[in-house]
Write a protein of this length. Structure first.
Length: 476
């Protein structure tokens, strides 16, 4: 079962009252892209699915597989390692499903458990493998983690890694590339990158270090507005967020007038933490639902009364790097009209991964896509993303248009989008149809104009109230 220590008490004002004891325990996790060092934001399940009835045709196919193994063993030019053959076959099976289903060997599983707790050795980047377009066959950076070797070296979202320690990435699997970037603390790794707006390749040497993921960063803005950034959804995200909000309220005379919850470039994490964070700002009601092939994969997560902000204004910042658990929070806030979502369209990862141990974890585990998730209004975010209420497209002075971004729908084998109503409707909706307005911004490189705009809106209570009322009438 998901660690119940991650379940939460509702608010900083009444932290002794458990919020989620009556909520159905979640058996699933939201898995983000792989972190260097094979960190996957998932959590080990202590029990797998019951064995289902197996079709006789599967046994016939297994006979074919056995024949292939025999032929390879007898006739391959060099003697193969049977363990490598089997692991490669399992990898191929899982990779044929969707980009987020994969096999974790025992070592990777152990590393994943450590990293889910928020500390691991590595570079501190979330990565994925590009399967088409300019970066086909290369490793793409989803996001560097704050204050890590990758972040300090200046790595950026959408950087393409084409060489690791002198070895070409093209032709490798994502697992192979991650294995090359792994290593003991204090050792170095040389990376060669391509960047969209830089003509020449970029050479970086990074020194591996212990990466301690601080999932919550907070500060006071403009003397009376709170700012909380969620970098990932680890086991500590909800309690640290509540502590941060409480500390901000104590630091600001009279308390915060409003809060900016920044989830830009947050790739996701644990489902129960996404539910807990959403619940902190909502007065009960539905937060998210999941639906899969099996009845046990279908459930609704409900909140309980109590709002940690007491109804004060809330703005959620998202962008193309906001995925999975981040989209659950943004979708719940948006559908429940609890606050404004500001920024650019999110990544669009709307599937649930369950980690299923094999032989009690001794043989690793499957990270398997088992369900889709839906916002309170029944929207599927898969391959669509969350469109903000206010779209702020940022262009730097040396750019003619906003930088190109990648989304879930660009990944090879991604689950198709589900469109409500007309099944033949165009998947990509115009931003103007599902947002209050689109506001292009030319922003100096050293400034965060999206945050500044959010602070402007919060500082003007009348403007916030009007935008929130207008957002409630948008048909999504």
């Amino acid at each position: 079962m998901v660690d119940q220590k991650a379940r939460h008490q509702k608010s900083a004002r009444n932290s002794a009252r458990p919020k989620a004891q009556n909520r159905k325990t979640s058996l699933s996790v939201i898995a983000a892209s792989a972190l260097t060092g094979s960190a996957i934001t998932a959590i080990l399940m202590t029990s797998g699915f019951a064995r289902s009835t197996v079709s006789p045709d599967i046994f016939r196919q297994l006979d074919l597989f056995g024949d292939v193994i025999t032929q390879v063993n007898q006739n391959y030019v060099v003697e193969p390692d049977n363990a490598d053959l089997i692991e490669g076959a399992i990898d191929g099976m899982l990779n044929s499903l969707d980009p987020h289903s994969s096999y974790l060997n025992a070592e990777d599983l152990q590393t994943m458990q450590e990293q889910t707790r928020g500390e691991f050795a590595g570079l501190g980047i979330q990565v994925t493998m590009d399967n088409e377009g300019r970066g086909r066959g290369l490793v793409r950076v989803v996001s560097p983690i704050d204050d890590t070797p990758a972040d300090r070296a200046g790595m950026q979202t959408n950087d393409l890694i084409y060489e690791i320690d002198g070895k070409a990435v093209f032709g490798m699997t994502l697992t192979d590339a991650i294995a090359l970037m792994k290593g003991p603390r204090g050792t170095s790794v040389d990376l060669k990158l391509l960047r969209e707006d830089v003509r020449e390749p970029i050479d970086l040497t990074l020194v591996r270090d212990i990466v301690t993921v601080n999932p919550v960063i907070s500060k006071v803005e403009r003397e009376n507005i709170g700012y909380v950034r969620l970098t990932q959804f680890t086991e500590q995200t909800y309690p640290k967020m509540v502590d941060a909000i409480k500390a901000l309220d104590e630091e600001i005379p009279g308390g915060m007038r409003g809060l900016v919850l920044d989830m830009r470039n947050n790739p996701g994490g644990l489902l129960d933490q996404a539910v807990a964070v959403s619940d902190a700002f909502l007065e009960g009601g539905e937060i998210v639902s999941t639906r899969g092939r099996r009845a046990k994969d279908t459930m609704r997560e409900l909140g309980t009364p109590g709002d940690v902000l007491g109804g004060r204004p809330l703005i959620v910042l998202v962008n193309a790097g906001s995925a999975s658990a981040s989209e659950i929070v943004a979708g719940a806030v948006q559908d429940r009209n609890r606050g404004l979502v500001v920024g650019t369209k999110s990544f669009g990862k709307g599937s649930v991964q369950t980690v299923l141990p094999l032989q009690n974890g001794l043989s690793g585990a499957l990270r398997l896509t088992t369900a889709r998730y839906y916002t309170p209004s029944g929207r599927s975010i898969q391959a669509l993303g969350i469109m903000p209420d206010i779209v702020l497209e940022v262009t730097r002075p040396d750019q003619e248009e906003p930088a190109e971004t990648r989304s879930e729908s660009d990944l090879q084998g991604a689950l198709a989008a589900e469109i409500r109503g007309d099944a033949e409707a165009e998947v990509a909706q115009e931003e103007s149809d599902t947002s209050l307005f689109v506001e292009p911004i030319v922003c100096p490189a050293e400034e965060d104009c999206q945050l500044e705009r959010a602070l402007d809106i919060l500082a003007n209570g009348t403007e916030f109230t009007q935008y929130l009322a207008d957002a409630s009438s948008i048909q999504r």
